[in-house]
Write a protein that binds this ligand. Structure first.
Ligand SMILES: [Zn+2]
Length: 139
């Protein structure tokens, strides 16, 4: 029996909102349909990647363009006001992302970043994910 009330459940949903974002769900549904199986937000790995493919030693991050400051992207530009608040926060995100990818690499994992607004052209982003997963692991 599922004893969780609707209220509690929606509270739980809210609390994980930053993880199971709509862009992430798009990628997950797409890859799942292709037959890929993965772990989610594995805390044991640097950066807690969104999708983890243990047998392939590959991970995929689905990044929001703003929060992760997608460089050269119209959605990734820094905010124009309250810079003293935003800049250190966003810079920290960038450094954390870089550190996580370097550390994953050092541990023998390949990583791919899919940007939120790449998903506007889903076939392209989807192909990129598929190519990444089907390519042979690095030697
Ligand atoms: Zn972007």
């Amino acid at each position: 029996m599922n004893a969780i009330s609707a209220d509690t459940r929606s509270d739980m949903m809210r609390s994980v909102q930053s993880k199971n974002t709509e862009p992430e769900m798009l990628v997950r549904r797409y890859l799942h349909k292709l037959g890929y199986r993965y772990l989610l937000h594995d805390k044991r790995l640097p950066g807690q990647p969104d999708l983890v493919f243990p047998s392939k030693k590959k991970v995929i991050f689905v990044h929001g363009c703003f929060w992760h400051q997608h460089s050269g992207c119209r959605h990734g530009h820094a905010p124009k006001s309250r810079l003293e608040y935003w800049l250190p926060k966003l810079r920290k995100n960038i450094l954390r992302d870089e550190a996580a990818r370097l550390e994953l690499n050092r541990l023998g994992w390949s990583s791919l970043v899919i940007w939120e607004f790449e998903l506007e052209d889903f076939s392209k982003a989807g192909n990129r994910a598929r190519d990444f997963l089907s390519s042979s692991p690095k030697s």
